[in-house]
Design a protein around this ligand. Structure first.
Ligand code: SF4
Ligand code: SF4
Length: 362
């Protein structure tokens, strides 16, 4: 249905397709597009690009709290105007880069960012900003607040963000359910539901989309049934994999539980094709408490894995390559993590996964 439009404030037409990014580029980036000769990093958090024409650009990179209110965005824009050259860009991992065309502007810009609480770093062999999934802001399945886990983890790892002391780049991610839309990472923090949903039968007939919820279950564990003379649902708990996908179309399928929601840690994944093919990360710690607001148990395990990798990884080895070299038994010894039956990938449809999993080989 069309919306009434005010003559005083016409509604902007939607922008379809891709925007032309060139008109938003710093003039030196636009002028030297595809014409760069070399680049280096004078210090962590600063990228220095030199073009074939002799033009130079310094990009200063800082971390943010990931989910930003508009006061923070305005603050960053003000810093770009007052200490940069009026340009900034967001990176995939919610860092912000400020390009400037003279070296003299680099140090004052860094000082201003640090003064405003934005740590400068995240380049080279550092720990990247932590990617995280939509969480409670945009998704209806989360078992915890992914952005809170990210904030507490980055507070703990801020020195590793500011310095380039890792064998290679380390990408971290968090996902607030096992669907894991956060993707693969060197270290991934993933929420686990550990119990099947409890059904509030009184509410099912009133607010549940029963055909949708039956269709949504990935293992066909949900069946329509009649309870106390009213349409309801039942769950085959032997089949249920506790994924949480039934909750959005049917809120009476109560799966969130402060005690049963746990956190797992997976390692060695990567999305890129650099040097080796993309790889799935593997489970190495499960059942950690979902202990908001600072998740100390999760932070401790992540730090333990990172420090073992930092001490033992060879130059330019990614986390997964380090583990491939030393083997999984050595990984569990060096990180002092317990190996349990939960780490065996026994999904019956996953012969390929099994073949590539941590402990089983055919
Ligand atoms: S990880 Fe799960 S809960 Fe979190 S945003 Fe993605 S699908 Fe939603
Ligand atoms: S939690 Fe997942 S597997 Fe279990 S009943 Fe719901 S949709 Fe099915």
């Amino acid at each position: 249905m069309s919306q009434p439009q005010s003559a005083a404030a016409p509604v902007r037409k939607p922008v379809e397709g891709f925007l032309d990014n060139k008109k938003f580029l710093h003039p030196k980036f636009a002028a030297n597009y595809g014409n760069w000769k070399t680049h280096d990093r004078p210090r962590p958090g600063v990228l220095h690009h030199v073009s074939k024409t002799g033009d130079e650009v310094w990009s200063i990179k800082c971390g943010t709290q990931r989910q930003m209110d508009h006061y923070t965005v305005r603050n960053l824009c003000d810093i770009a105007d007052s200490h940069g050259e009026g340009f900034m860009r967001f990176t995939m991992r919610s860092c912000v880069e400020f390009p400037v065309s003279t070296e003299a502007k680099v140090a004052p810009l860094i000082a201003e960012l640090e003064k405003n609480g934005f740590p400068v770093g995240g380049t080279g062999n550092s720990v990247s900003m932590v990617a995280h999934t939509q969480g409670w802001l945009h998704c209806d399945i989360p078992g915890t607040d992914a952005s809170g886990v990210v904030k507490s983890m980055m507070d703990d790892l801020i020195d590793e963000f500011r310095h380039e002391n890792m064998p290679n780049r380390v990408k971290l991610s968090t996902s607030c359910c096992e669907i894991n839309c956060g993707g693969q990472a060197d270290i991934a923090v993933v929420v686990q539901y550990t119990k099947p949903p409890k059904i509030n039968h009184d509410l099912v007939s009133a607010i549940c989309e029963r055909p949708t919820v039956v269709a949504r279950c990935p293992v066909a564990a949900i069946r329509p049934t009649i309870i106390n003379g009213k349409p309801s649902l039942e769950v085959d708990e032997k089949k249920c994999v506790c994924c949480g996908a039934c909750f959005p179309p049917c809120p009476p399928m109560q799966i969130n539980d402060p005690d049963a929601n746990k956190i797992a840690i997976w390692v060695g994944g990567k999305n890129s094709n650099a040097r080796s093919k993309p790889t799935f990360h593997k489970l190495v710690a499960a059942g950690l408490p979902n202990n908001a607001p600072r998740w100390p148990e999760v932070n401790a395990v992540v730090r333990r894995i990172l420090m073992a990798y930092k001490a033992d990884g060879r130059p330019w080895e990614r986390m997964g390559e380090w583990i491939d070299r030393i083997g999984w038994p050595a990984f569990f010894e060096k990180t002092d993590l317990p190996f349990t039956k939960h780490m065996i990938d026994d999904w019956r449809g996953g012969r390929v996964n099994l073949n590539a999993s941590t402990h089983l080989h055919f």
